[in-house]
Ligand binder design. Structure first.
Ligand code: SF4
Length: 390
């Protein structure tokens, strides 16, 4: 949170604010470690040791303990809902884990509900008397429980933000930031055009685990030098967060993500999430274990086959070019605050970026459906036959 806030990309309060977070320092790691940290655990041989044991020493949640507080819980139950009470985030971390709820989706959903309440879309009559507002940890805890148990407003919210908006009606749907029905938050995607493309074309909704565009430089942070960018992607433009020349990176990273999943390699420890084992490392490991002689090109070919198969599945379910976009009232407008205030997603340039993406993929530009020729070239001849039945 302090880093994304400092470099200007942190999205707060259901995208009503970008960066300029007054409470960001409460998320600085050192005081949190000092107060709550009890030790680390690791999966076998992993040097990252990401599982941090914590215990809450005081206050209303005193004695609550658990493992592994991820960014994917801190952001949706922190800045996304305007909450800076760290102890409550530990408590909610345990709750979502015990209830089996997806933390990102649940936090995004509650942020939308708060926005609805503040804009009069729902009232106390709908919330069983709860006054929803930003930064109220006790309300968050009640809502998480109500959603898990389908009580009161929780019964409607438990179907997800989009279906809930259909039941609520009016302008409710406009307040949801989503792609293909999956909400997103944490990062203001209006600023990073490549990440926006990657999430909008992800096969299971707006999913940051299906690829990323790590070349984009914001706040001076990038793993890629101009020379590396030129060598790998043929242009330095991929470094510019505002450039729409990103399809070449998005496609590569989507394929790497698919391969990493097949290898059962942890995302935190791999290139597909920004650092760690590269695709070259993964192929070397694969060959060492199997005795096969895969090349990086073979692995990337496998990743492309997987991505095309996933696309065929969602095409069968009705997904087309028009669904490869970010939806919600905020996408239409400019970034409201921070150093990127005024940045927008330009509609014409977005369409150009999608054209470039489909072109490079060998998909039909009008519909976003993989062409028969492309599928056959990937060795998916039988699947190419499915297109006749769509
Ligand atoms: S980074 Fe991944 S592999 Fe390493 S300890 Fe964490 S979950 Fe396990």
């Amino acid at each position: 949170t302090p880093i994304t806030n400092k470099i200007g990309i942190l999205a707060l309060k259901n995208f009503n604010q970008t960066a300029c977070y007054e409470e960001a320092e409460k998320f600085e790691p050192d005081p949190i470690v000092e107060k709550y940290y009890k030790g680390s655990k690791s999966c076998y041989a992993c040097p990252i040791h990401c599982s941090k044991r914590f215990e809450i020493p005081e206050g209303p949640y005193k004695g609550e303990w658990g493992n592994k507080l991820e960014e994917g819980v801190v952001t949706p139950f922190g800045p996304t809902v305007g909450n800076s009470d760290i102890a409550s985030i530990f408590k909610i971390n345990n709750m979502v884990n015990q209830f089996g709820l997806d933390a990102l989706e649940c936090g995004g959903l509650i942020a939308v509900a708060i926005d609805w309440f503040k804009n009069g879309i729902i009232t106390k009559k709908d919330t069983d008397g709860l006054e929803l507002d930003w930064g109220k940890p006790e309300i968050l805890i009640k809502l998480v429980e109500k959603i898990a148990k389908r009580q009161d407003i929780g019964d409607i919210l438990a179907d997800g933000a989009l279906r809930a908006s259909e039941k609520i009606g009016g302008k409710a749907a406009e307040y949801i930031s989503h792609s293909k029905g999956m909400t997103f938050g944490g990062i203001d995607l209006r600023i990073m055009k490549g990440m926006a493309l990657c999430l909008a074309t992800s096969t299971r909704g707006c999913d940051h685990l299906r690829g990323s565009v790590p070349t984009e430089t914001v706040g001076g942070l990038s793993r890629f030098t101009p020379e590396m960018a030129e060598k790998m992607f043929g242009s330095r433009e991929v470094l510019d967060h505002n450039s729409y020349f990103k399809a070449v990176v998005a496609i590569r990273m989507q394929h790497i993500a698919a391969v990493t999943d097949c290898m059962e390699i942890c995302r935190f420890a791999s290139e597909s999430n920004g650092g760690g084992l590269t695709i070259e490392d993964q192929v070397e490991l694969f060959n060492a274990v199997t005795g096969l002689d895969f090349s990086v090109d073979d692995a990337m070919h496998a990743g492309e086959r997987i991505f095309n198969l996933e696309r065929l599945y969602i095409v069968r379910e009705g997904i087309r070019r028009g669904d490869d976009r970010l939806i919600g009232k905020w996408v239409e407008g400019p970034v409201p605050s921070g150093q990127f205030k005024g940045d927008t997603i330009d509609k014409d340039k977005w369409e150009w970026m999608l054209d470039d993406y489909y072109d490079r993929r060998g998909w039909d530009k009008k519909t976003g459906i993989p062409t028969k020729e492309k599928l056959i070239s990937l060795g998916l001849s039988e699947e190419a036959g499915w297109l006749d039945r769509i």
